[in-house]
Design a protein around this ligand. Structure first.
Ligand code: A3P
Length: 284
């Protein structure tokens, strides 16, 4: 496989997407061993786009277990035949893989995929803070520069971001019944409308009585950044790869990139984005 080094280490290209060696094994195991069920639901995203929020909303809507494992970095990391018998239907999974890689096992399966997309500049700033915490380094400009280079060249964790976003964008246009494309910014600006849209897509729409009884607001409150980040498990817990849960909750704002990126940095991203998204109908 084509490989190179990015600022965090050796990285391999598989089906157009860059993975560190560990995750690549998870992807290969997943493609080899995963057997979809008709009612499966997958939460997909590029890292730092609102995965945690969308997972919480989905769980709250379906009133199911609290944990949605990542396919490639949890379940299939060490085996192509993990024990999935403990998952009752509908099973909930999450992934950062691009759609075509995910579809190797999922092809022709009627399962549902929900993707959350976020402004690339805010993803960059969120990545920067997250990586600083993860690497236990100061939040310094050199890490921002490396993260920017990696994002723009596409050589970086699950990169290129443009291909990740476009794969689901195109998928959602071709197959809207099975692929829902959501935007972090719309979830922030019109949360009630977006959570209702998600509920409908998942096949559990709100009844009139539920709406009148305030169920939509209750779910939004339960899944707000404040409420998620104050849960004991998120204050003290760690992921299987030793990342503190608290690092997944920071500001949760739209446009925080304005406070950190120079006009040159913004320009660089804008120019690439314009070229990559040209003709796709996707606007940012
Ligand atoms: P910021 O770093 O910009 O604050 P992911 O879950 O994909 O790793 O994305 C993390 C980003 O989502 C972080 O963005 C985090 O603060 C934000 N986030 C987490 N939970 C959220 C929630 N309930 N509502 C809004 N944003 C949330």
């Amino acid at each position: 496989l084509p490989s190179t080094k990015d600022f965090l280490g050796k990285i391999y290209n598989y089906q157009g997407c860059w993975y560190y060696p560990n995750t690549l094994l998870g992807v290969l195991n997943f493609q080899k061993g995963f057997k979809p069920q008709e009612t499966d639901i997958v939460i997909a995203s590029f890292p730092k786009s609102g995965t945690t929020w969308l997972k919480a909303l989905t769980v709250a809507l379906l009133e199911r277990s609290k944990y949605i494992p990542f396919l490639e970095t949890n379940l299939y990391l060490n085996s192509s035949t993990p024990d999935l018998t403990k998952f009752s239907s509908p099973r909930l999974f999450s992934t950062h893989m691009p759609l075509h890689t995910l579809q190797v096992p999922f092809k022709d399966s009627p399962c549902k995929i929900v993707y959350v997309c976020r402004d690339v500049k805010d993803v960059l700033v969120s990545q920067w803070y997250f990586r600083s915490a993860y690497l236990q380094k100061e939040v310094d400009k050199s890490l921002l520069e490396s993260s920017l280079d990696s994002l723009c060249s596409g050589v970086g964790y699950f990169g290129p971001i443009w291909e990740n976003v476009l794969s689901y964008w195109r998928g959602s246009l071709e197959d809207p019944e099975h692929i829902l494309f959501m935007r972090y910014e719309e979830m922030k600006s019109e949360p009630a409308a977006q959570v209702k849209r998600l509920a409908e897509f998942l096949g559990c729409p709100f009844t009139e009585e539920e709406e009148e009884g305030g169920s939509v607001d209750k779910i939004l409150e339960l899944c707000s950044l404040r409420s998620l980040s104050s849960m004991e498990i998120n204050k003290t817990g760690k992921t299987s790869n030793n990342v503190h849960h608290s690092n997944f909750f920071r500001k949760g704002e739209v446009g925080d990139s304005k406070n950190h990126l120079t006009p040159e940095m913004e320009n660089k991203i804008d120019m690439i984005m314009e070229e990559k998204y040209k003709g796709s109908g996707l606007k940012y």
